[in-house]
Design a protein around this ligand. Structure first.
Ligand code: EPZ
Length: 430
């Protein structure tokens, strides 16, 4: 199996360009099937999750054409099946966005029930509650969710928890319902706004995305459009923390600095210098990183998808830090891995108590999930000596050319898939 081999200790320096937001792309690619006209979507990150979702979209009969590396054309006019095959949801949970998209367009959809995953049980009760509120019958049997409605009628839906997925799924289902829908306690992430803007570019009438009340006036049909996805807030944040961990100086380009404010604020608390440009953020590390406390929250709070990355850097910062994970119940699995590099972290429930240490040493590591895997790469780049990181397919789900971008900043990292290649790497770096 492919793995990363990393030699730590080199400060990352230079510029890195950030790709399109994976978590916006997954909602937008699903929503694109809601018209029978052609939709062109640009700045699509070329990562495993988007590839699998495009396969799922082709699997139900839509036409998908990859124009070039980060641009795709979708035409939902030839869809001949409302049932999304189990193999896709098994690979990525976000295939469940096709539930809302197909229900909105065809008033029926069927997708396999998503299981839990590495970071928590991740129920979808709020999605189901919303579909029922719009008048759909929802049947769960044989591991499938089947939704069907004679017609969808706008409703006033109050989410019991702030849910990115439920907000996106219900925006899609409601935008072609009859009448008005209000989504209360909606998620406010940048990718929610991006999906709403995309639907509006197709002719939907959605107002208030980015606030906790979204108002939707149903329309009878949607039309084609061309749309470019926003930059990935989490990929950007990952490189910002990699700069801090390696005491480097990195300009993270093609971003929206406002989306990164909570991340920049924490880096400044930790002693880094953060300089914002119009579409870039420069992070200058400091020799003595300082401890701080952080609690993950829905946007605009500190993102849960950045929790492993900040925790790893706090584990190499002077002093005691407390990290509270308030979104998912099992997002500290990387702690066992960094403990083998010398980290001193104790996890009790949803809180990690971190005592910073002055150095990490390289080790054999295994990525437990997407963001934890990225955090282990950050740890390896900062550690003394060589690390090997297995299960990197998790990382490839959400980071395009991760190792290439790191090498572009001077980091010493290779993707290998044999012991011989590992030996060659070790000989090459001496
Ligand atoms: C999205 O997951 C992201 N995935 C996650 O990113 C991200 O961590 C999460 O939002 C929070 O920001 C995609 O966008 C593809 P939620 P999602 O519904 O939509 C509970 C990554 O690394 N909940 O906002 O599944 C749930 O258990 C991934 O890119 C319910 O109880 O997250 C969780 O505790 C990891 N019932 C909380 O809400 C529901 O019906 C937030 O989940 C739905 C959610």
């Amino acid at each position: 199996m492919e793995q990363y081999v990393v030699k730590g200790g080199t400060p990352l320096k230079g510029e890195v360009s950030i790709g399109g937001a994976k978590n916006a792309a997954l909602g937008i690619l699903a929503a694109a099937i809601m018209t029978d006209e052609t939709v062109t979507i640009e700045n699509v990150p070329n990562v495993r999750d988007t590839k699998v979702l495009l396969q799922a979209i082709e699997g139900i009969g839509a036409k998908v054409k990859r124009v070039y590396n980060n641009s795709v054309q979708i035409n939902g006019g030839s869809i001949c099946d409302i049932n999304v095959d189990y193999e896709y949801i098994k690979k990525i949970r976000a295939s469940y966005y096709l539930l809302g998209a197909l229900l909105g367009k065809y008033k029926e959809s069927q997708v396999a029930l998503p299981g839990g995953c590495n970071i928590g049980s991740r129920p979808i009760d709020q999605h189901i509650k919303g579909f029922k509120a719009l008048g759909a019958e929802v049947d769960i049997s044989y591991g499938m969710i089947h939704t069907k409605a004679d017609k969808l009628v706008g409703s006033h839906i109050y989410f019991d928890v702030v849910s990115v997925g439920a907000t996106i799924n219900l925006m899609m289902a409601a935008c072609m319902a009859e009448g008005n829908t209000i989504l209360e306690n909606a998620a406010k992430e940048p990718h929610i706004v991006d999906v709403a803007n995309f639907l509006n570019a197709m002719g939907a009438n959605i107002k208030g995305a980015g606030t906790d009340v979204i108002r939707i006036k149903g329309v009878s049909r949607l039309h084609g459009c061309t749309y470019s996805i926003i930059p990935d807030q989490i990929e950007a944040g990952t490189f910002m923390f990699a700069a801090a961990a390696t005491h480097g100086d990195v300009i993270v380009k093609d971003v929206i600095p406002k989306h990164l404010e909570s991340i920049s604020a924490k880096l400044i608390e930790m002693g880094c210098t953060v300089i914002e440009g119009d579409d870039c953020v420069r992070v200058i590390g400091t020799d003595e990183l300082k401890c701080t406390n952080v609690k993950t929250l829905p946007y605009p709070g500190f993102p849960t998808d950045m929790q492993p990355q900040i925790s790893v850097v706090l584990a190499m910062s002077e002093g005691s830090s407390i990290v509270t994970e308030s979104i998912f119940e099992n997002r500290f699995k990387y702690v066992d891995e960094i403990s083998r590099m010398g980290a001193n972290v104790k996890v009790e429930g949803n809180t990690a108590y971190i005592e910073g240490v002055s150095r990490f040493t390289g080790a054999q590591l295994s990525a437990p999930d997407l963001r934890a895997g990225a955090a282990l790469v950050i740890a390896a780049l900062a550690a003394d000596g060589i690390s090997q990181i297995e299960d990197i397919e998790y990382i490839q789900r959400g980071y395009e050319d991760f190792e290439g971008k790191i090498r572009g900043l001077g980091g010493i990292i290779e993707k290998v898939d044999s012991d011989r290649e590992i030996q060659k790497f070790k000989l090459k770096i001496g």
